[in-house]
Design a protein around this ligand. Structure first.
Ligand SMILES: C[S@@+](CC[C@H](N)C(=O)[O-])C[C@H]1O[C@@H](n2cnc3c(N)ncnc32)[C@H](O)[C@@H]1O
Length: 373
C-alpha cells in the first residue's frame, strides 16, 4: 500500500503574537499540499482550540459565514449578535470554494465564571486540527503530532500558532500586527516533541515539506546504525530533519546547512530546542565542487526534497562527491516525484558508479534511498 497523500492546514494570515483579551483579530487559513499547488477540494471540519490558559475561551465573530468575500464584509460588517458561544474549541469549516483562504474573525475572552485580573499576561496558542467527527483514524499519527486521516485516507497535518502573549486590559481596541509564522509539532518519543516554526508566506526553504516529514518517520521507525554520529543536512530549510535526527539519535554533532535565505529560520528552530547539550551548527553551504574540510568527519548526509530543481543536480552531486570521500559516509535521501525528469538524478548517480539502494518504504509519503561510493 502506498502512503496516503498529505495535506497541510496552513495559516495564510496567522494570529497576532500580542493581543488583549476582548480584542478581535482575524486569521486566514487554508488546506493545501506542501507545494501549495493543490488546494484541498472538499469541505473539511476543523477545530480551532485555545491552549495554554484554562480561564480563556474563543468566540467566532464572523457574521457572514461566507467570510472572505471582501465586498460582503464591508457592506455588512461583523456583528456581535451573530457571534457564536465562547468555548475553548471552536468548530470551523474549510470551504474549497473560498479561494484565497478562509477568513475567520476571533476574540479571546474569559470563560463564564472565570476571572483574570487586569494586568495579567498569559501565553496561549491556537491549534487547527481535523475535527474528531471527521477522523477515520482513532489515534494520531505516531510522529506527526495530532495528524489524523480523513475522507478516503488522506492525512491532514495540523498547525499551531506561535505563542500569543495575551493581556487582560481595560483597553479593548488595540492595534496588533498579525504574526508571520506558525508551528508544526513532531513526536520524537513518548515524552518528547519538537516544535518547528515555518513562515506563513510561500517560500521554498522556510516551510515544512512532505519528504522532511517522511524522513522523520523513517528515522523513527528504523534502527539507524549508531556508528553514524556526525550528521550533515544539505538544503535543510527549516532544520526539521536535522533537529529531529539530533533529538532522536543523539549524534556527536549535527550540521544544518542551506543557502543564506534559510539560516535565520534554521537558527530560530535550533534555539527552540529544549536540549541545549546537543551540538548543533547552522551554516551556509551552497552546493558545488569546493571541498570543505570542516565536514571531513561527517558520516551521515541527510537529503530531503532536494531534487525538485534539475539544474542543481550537478552541484548537489559535486557536493556529495567530496563528502562521500569519507569512506565511512553514506547519504540518506527521501524523495517525492514532482516531475518525472528529476529521476535523471538517479541515472547520474549510477553513471558515477556509486551505490544507490532504494529502501522499501510503502508506508511512507516518499521514496527512501541510501547512497554511497
Ligand atoms: C524543497 S526545500 C526542502 C527543505 C528541507 N530539506 C525539507 O525537506 O523540509 C529544498 C531546499 O534546498 C535548498 N537548496 C536548493 N538549492 C541549493 C543549493 N544550490 N545549495 C544549497 N541549498 C540549496 C533550498 O534553499 C531549500 O531549503
Amino acid at each position: 500500500m502506498t502512503q496516503a497523500p498529505l495535506y497541510y492546514i496552513r495559516f495564510l494570515k496567522p494570529p497576532p503574537i500580542d493581543c488583549n483579551v476582548g480584542q478581535h483579530f482575524t486569521i486566514v487559513w487554508t488546506i493545501e499540499s506542501d507545494l501549495g499547488d493543490q488546494a484541498f477540494w472538499e469541505p473539511v471540519p476543523v477545530t480551532c482550540s485555545l491552549q495554554g490558559c484554562t480561564q480563556l475561551g474563543l468566540r467566532i465573530m464572523n457574521a457572514d459565514p461566507k467570510g472572505n468575500n471582501k465586498k460582503k464584509v464591508s457592506a455588512k460588517p461583523y456583528q456581535q449578535e451573530k457571534s457564536l458561544p465562547l468555548t475553548p474549541d471552536v468548530p470551523l469549516v474549510y470551504d474549497p470554494l473560498q479561494g484565497g483562504g478562509i477568513v475567520t474573525k476571533l476574540v479571546v475572552e474569559p470563560l463564564p465564571g472565570k476571572v483574570l485580573p487586569v494586568g495579567t499576561t498569559v501565553s496561549i496558542q491556537l491549534s487547527m486540527i481535523l475535527s474528531p467527527a471527521a477522523r477515520t483514524t482513532v489515534t494520531s499519527h505516531a510522529i506527526w503530532q495530532n495528524a489524523y486521516m480523513f475522507a478516503s485516507s488522506i492525512w491532514l497535518l495540523p498547525t499551531w500558532s506561535v505563542p500569543m502573549q495575551t493581556t487582560v486590559t481595560k483597553q479593548r481596541h488595540f492595534e496588533s500586527e498579525s504574526g508571520d509564522q506558525a508551528e508544526r509539532i513532531l513526536r520524537v518519543s513518548k515524552n518528547k516533541v519538537i516544535h518547528i516554526r515555518e513562515d506563513a508566506v510561500q517560500s521554498i526553504a522556510r516551510h515544512v515539506w512532505d519528504c522532511g516529514l517522511g524522513m522523520c518517520q523513517f528515522l523513527a521507525e528504523q534502527n539507524i546504525d549508531p556508528r553514524y554520529n556526525v550528521f550533515l543536512e544539505l538544503g535543510s530549510g527549516t532544520g526539521l530533519v536535522g533537529i529531529y535526527a539530533a533529538e532522536l539519535l543523539k549524534p556527536k554533532k549535527v550540521y544544518l546547512t542551506d543557502l543564506a535565505d534559510a539560516l535565520e529560520i534554521m537558527q530560530q528552530n535550533v534555539d527552540l530546542m529544549e536540549n541545549k547539550n546537543l551540538d548543533m551548527v547552522v551554516k551556509e553551504l551552497s552546493w558545488g565542487p569546493e571541498k570543505q574540510l570542516e565536514y571531513k568527519d561527517v558520516n551521515l548526509i541527510l537529503l530531503t526534497d532536494v531534487l525538485y530543481n534539475q539544474s542543481s543536480h550537478d552541484l548537489l552531486l559535486e557536493t556529495l562527491d567530496w563528502l562521500l570521500d569519507n569512506e565511512e559516509a553514506k547519504a540518506l535521501l527521501t524523495y517525492k516525484e514532482r516531475n518525472h525528469d528529476e529521476r535523471e538524478f538517479f541515472t547520474k548517480v549510477a553513471k558515477k558508479g556509486w551505490r544507490c539502494d532504494r529502501v522499501p518504504s510503502d508506508d511512507l509519503i516518499c521514496e527512501v534511498y541510501w547512497i554511497g561510493k
